[in-house]
Design a protein around this ligand. Structure first.
Ligand code: GLU
Length: 437
């Protein structure tokens, strides 16, 4: 039997990371088994499932490299099949008609639960069971003639020959109903694997309130799809050992349900950022630079007059400080003379007693340098510190704020070298003028 999995999103306009993680696990399992990964768009809510909302799903999947097999099935095209199935259930006595609540709005079709205790095996959660008394009959066709989610979902899964249903564990309760529907329709229920929830640091379901929650948010912030894919795959699954950085093909090779945890998986942004930084640094230089250049251009920070190797030298100086392409914008002072000054840093470092006098002395020492390499600017500062009996910190901090506007950044001397002597002296002059009492 060929394994066939599917991702069955209900398009709403934004694709939540919890949903796309379900897609990723379906993809990994199908690829692991040499089977097929299908896409079904559950677009029966016509108000929310706009063409743009559907496109958002397709875009998110394509961006992440979640290629699906066969043509996507649009649930809205299957209504006749859903209603025919309801008809069969009525005829076989598995369903009945009722004017629910006696509203006079017409009759709906109600599925008759078997009336026995029910259970199913979950590939992740183990054996799950429910008492007959806790399961009620439920509507499968509304009085307006539209099929309800449970019916459409099961009929489509039968139609698509789905062998494994991998989805969020918010669907566990539905699964008892679905298993009953499969059986009543004469089909063997597929295997089920319900994925643990993604939670925030407080253990609550991870939502928009916790920060970026949609695939598009991460794309807009400059995350790499490979990094997000890797990170989401590890939210609930691990290949064993301490391997973390892995491409999708390698993960597919290693993927099994045994290694999917059943407890909630905590979203850890620090880890995602770290991963993204690793993926960024693994990219070919030109690609990394092109992406950073695009960010700078979008923020009006790009300057065509800068030397061709300039951006590369900035990136070398920033090294591990860049975890996202967009982080380059935080180092805008490399690219413009019109950089902002952080008020707190100015107060603390430049408006401090004696700070500007020291800065003037540093400026004089630097003006005399022929070689402006990191080693030379550092040596000059050490000399000055020794002559004045000061710690290096007293000299380093005001200088950094004067040339970059901020107290945080890469190694100071490396930064000075990249900026070059002329610009450093000009910036020091400007700061001396701007912050004098
Ligand atoms: N459209 C449903 C959802 O997005 C499908 C659930 C399923 O995978 O069966 O929650």
């Amino acid at each position: 039997m060929t394994v066939r999995t599917r991702f069955a999103p209900s398009p709403t306009g934004q694709v939540h990371i919890g949903n796309i993680r379900a897609a990723i696990y379906n993809w990994l399992f199908a690829r692991h088994e040499g089977g097929q990964f299908l896409l079904r768009i559950e677009d029966t809510d016509r108000a929310r499932s706009t063409p743009a909302a559907v496109q958002a799903v397709l875009d998110a999947m394509t961006w992440l490299g979640l290629h699906w097999d066969e043509e996507p099935l649009y649930q809205s095209t299957q209504t006749a099949a859903h209603l025919a199935a309801a008809e069969r259930l009525l005829q076989a006595g598995h369903a009945y008609k009722e004017d629910k609540g006696g509203t006079g709005k017409g009759e709906c079709v109600i599925f008759r639960m078997p009336g026995t205790d029910m259970g199913f095996h979950d590939e992740i959660k183990g054996d799950l069971a429910k008492k007959a008394a806790d399961m009620k009959d439920f509507v499968i066709v509304r009085s307006d003639g539209s099929p309800v989610f449970h019916l459409a979902n099961v009929v489509d899964d039968i139609h698509m020959n789905i062998t494994h249903i991998i989805r969020g564990d918010d669907h566990v309760e539905n699964t008892y109903r679905h298993v009953a529907l499969f059986r009543a329709l004469g089909a063997t229920p597929p295997k089920y694997a319900h994925l643990p929830m993604i939670v925030n640091a407080q253990g609550k379901p991870y939502s928009k309130r916790d920060g970026a929650a949609y695939v598009g948010d991460f794309r807009d912030k400059g995350y790499l799809p490979e990094a997000l894919f890797n990170f989401l795959a590890l939210l609930g699954w691990s290949p064993g050992g301490d391997r973390e950085l892995m491409g999708s093909a390698e993960m597919a090779q290693l993927f099994t349900f045994e290694r999917v945890q059943s407890s909630a998986a905590q979203f850890d942004l620090v880890k995602l950022l770290w991963m993204n930084g690793e993926y960024m640094r693994a990219l070919p230089r030109e690609q990394r630079e092109a992406a950073c250049r695009a960010v700078l251009q979008a923020r009006g920070l790009w300057n065509d007059a800068l030397p061709a190797d300039y951006l590369g030298r900035v990136l070398d100086a920033l090294a591990e400080r860049i975890k996202l392409f967009t982080d380059i914008a935080d180092a805008g002072y490399f690219f413009t003379e019109d950089f902002p000054f952080d008020e707190k840093s100015v107060q603390k470092r430049l408006k401090k007693e004696g700070a500007l006098e020291l800065l003037a002395a540093e400026r004089a020492a630097y003006a005399a340098l022929a070689d402006f390499s990191a080693a030379a600017t550092e040596a000059a500062l050490r000399e000055l510190a020794a002559a004045r009996g000061l710690g290096m910190g007293e000299l380093v901090h005001p200088l950094r704020v004067a040339v970059s506007g901020t107290a945080v950044g890469p190694s100071l001397f490396h930064m000075l070298e990249v900026l070059g002597k002329e610009r450093c002296l000009q910036r020091m002059d400007k700061a001396l003028e701007k912050f004098k009492q």
